[in-house]
Design a protein around this ligand. Structure first.
Ligand code: ATP
Ligand code: MG
Ligand code: FE
Length: 341
């Protein structure tokens, strides 16, 4: 079955086409530049950009896949979490396509999409795995089974800022612009990760906390004199984040006897995070799976990937009144709220 996935939770308008776990074509448009001068995403601006880009993105994705819209057997859409106004545009579009084509509609949890992105590159997940979702809004350690059938169990989350948010805020402190993650990791490549020993706060066995680290960087910058060693600060900050993320992820795997770690979300595009995870996991016989960078950040293919699994598993279609849930916790891949916020 060909599943079309639609993603609009933030500033990317993503459309992907997946059949039997295989990516056939995709298109991602972004309104990132329109938000840059505000230093963050403006929900109304994102919503209007989705409205402008959605139909062209669907057309382009179909074209790239060599398909016509009549070939689509089901439509999957991000139902949350994310910006309400932005999600609503994608949901409305998905409903319209499903209705016009007479095919099922399925609501998908955005973070399950991030995890599923990896299956498009590396095939189905094993029976059990630990997921580390590190994105702009989330930092979670998860116990994963069959994504379409099993509940998802949270082992730990961040107590305050998400990892991606920390990258963005520190990039801003360093004047590296927006979005900060990619800019900061580029700056870090020229720096010494051991130059400054930033704190590595954690909460409980699998929980994270990044606001203290961000404040420590701010204090260090305030106290420093002369030209700012931007590359060294970036590299040292990145090292602190990657150190705690990988240490906790490895602990979650060994404590639970799980031999596969899936890292997903925008921050999974970070080269140092991959490198450190791979070296620490190799020592313990744990396989690390990370999607290719272009599938780490928001896209429609990852939503189609979940949709494909849900269709396969015989999941129920979305109710006609399905709406967005801006803050749904990740307890299952299927998310079909009728009310929400
Ligand atoms: P969520 O998925 O939690 O709703 P989101 O969709 O905004 O949030 P993603 O698109 O998954 O987030 O990821 C974007 C985040 O990833 C941003 O915070 C960005 O700075 C970060 N990011 C992207 N590339 C890199 C990189 N190479 N290194 C570090 N961080 C990165
Ligand atoms: Mg984005
Ligand atoms: Fe995301």
């Amino acid at each position: 079955a060909v599943v079309m996935g639609i993603e609009s939770s933030c500033d990317e308008t993503g459309v992907g086409l997946v059949a039997d776990g295989r990516l056939l074509g995709e298109c991602t448009a972004t309104s990132m530049d329109e938000h840059a001068r505000f230093g963050g995403i403006v929900p109304e601006v994102a919503a209007r950009a989705h409205l402008q880009s959605m139909v062209p993105a669907v057309r382009t994705a179909l074209e790239r896949a060599g398909l016509e819209k009549g070939d689509v057997d089901a439509v999957a859409v991000t139902a949350g979490p994310g910006l309400s106004t932005a999600l609503t545009v994608g949901i409305a579009a998905a409903k319209a396509y499903a209705l016009a084509l007479g095919v099922p509609l399925l609501g998908v949890h955005h973070l399950a999409g991030h995890v599923a992105a990896d299956t498009l590159e590396h095939g189905p997940l094993p029976e059990r795995s630990v997921g580390l979702v590190v994105s702009g809004g989330h930092t979670s350690l998860l116990m994963l089974g069959d994504l379409a059938r099993d509940p998802i169990v949270h082992l730990g989350d961040t107590a305050d800022d998400a990892a991606g948010e920390a990258f963005d805020k520190v990039a801003r402190l360093l004047g590296l612009g927006y979005p900060g993650g990619p800019a900061l990791s580029r700056a870090a490549a020229e720096g010494d990760p051991g130059a400054i020993r930033f704190p590595r706060p954690t909460v409980g066995p699998y929980g994270f906390s990044f606001s203290g680290l961000k404040s420590a960087v701010a204090r260090w910058i305030d106290a420093s004199q002369g030209p700012l060693p931007v590359a060294d600060i970036a590299a040292s900050f990145q090292e602190a984040v990657c150190d705690v993320l990988t240490a906790k992820a490895v602990a979650a795997c060994t404590d639970h006897g799980v031999d596969t770690l899936v890292i997903a979300g925008g921050v999974a595009a970070n080269g140092r995070l991959r490198e450190l995870a791979e070296s620490r996991c190799a020592e313990r016989g744990i396989t690390v799976r990370v999607p290719p960078p272009r599938l780490c950040t928001d896209n429609g293919a990852m939503i189609a990937a979940v949709g494909s699994m849900l269709v396969e598993a015989g999941a129920p279609w979305a109710p006609p009144g399905m709406s967005a849930d801006s803050s749904a916790p990740l307890t299952a891949a299927l998310l079909q709220p009728v009310k929400g916020a």
